[in-house]
Design a protein around this ligand. Structure first.
Ligand SMILES: [Zn+2]
Length: 209
């Protein structure tokens, strides 16, 4: 029988192949029909997930169900709770740690990072010519609750970002979407843009975005 975890398992394999979830890094979640959301358990390798490697928690982080006994939610569950709380239409949240996300996080000292105006922004329904699109750039903290609090403070007090994503400096991106497959496409598109920005800078391209 189909299960919300299956698309997360596929996404985990893809992100692992791309090198975006090294070690046991990153975490993937999707809303569950049974209530709350499924999220990868702490310590799980995202390229080797099975249904047992997830736990189901409610919006407050209370454990509802474990895929296997003893599994605990990812330490970064607070980031996912923040997104589901702020954007109720969200069906899935992906948080990954790519090299490119970390490099571009050093391109801006401010609270936002401007993205290169690439054609692929159409995948986010950004249709104008030479679009000026920015994503929130948040500080990193070893205390994940502080990351989540910053994210809440920033996103709750401004219009929803045009691209459903936020970048944590020297840590990685968090991307959300209406369903797990769309969110996966969003991760791929945003990572493509970040990869382009790293390569453009190393190639000495004059950046006019
Ligand atoms: Zn992380």
């Amino acid at each position: 029988m189909a299960d919300e975890r299956d698309e997360l398992i596929r996404a985990g394999r893809l992100f692992d192949r791309r090198g975006w979830v090294e070690g046991t890094g990153g975490n993937l979640s999707a809303r569950a029909a049974a209530g709350g959301f499924w999220i990868t358990a702490s310590g799980s390798h995202k390229g080797e997930l099975t249904r047992e490697d997830f736990v189901r928690v409610d919006i407050d982080g209370t454990l509802l169900e474990t895929g296997a006994p003893g599994r605990r939610p990812s330490a970064e569950v607070a980031i996912h709770q923040t997104v589901y709380r702020l954007f109720p239409q969200t069906g899935a949240v992906y948080h990954v740690h790519s090299t490119e996300a970390n490099v571009v996080s050093l391109f801006s000292n401010g609270p936002m990072l401007r993205l290169a105006p690439l054609e692929v922004l159409k995948g986010f329904r950004v249709m104008e010519d030479n679009p000026r699109v920015e994503i929130p750039l948040l500080p990193n903290w070893s205390n994940v609750a502080q990351i989540a609090a910053d994210m809440h403070a920033r996103l709750a007090n401004s219009p929803p970002p045009r691209i459903p994503a936020a970048l944590i400096r020297l840590h990685g991106i968090t991307v959300w979407g209406p369903d797990a497959l769309t969110a996966r496409h969003y991760v791929e598109l945003l990572e493509y843009i970040l990869r382009f920005m790293v390569q453009a800078r190393s190639a000495g391209v004059e950046e006019d975005w």
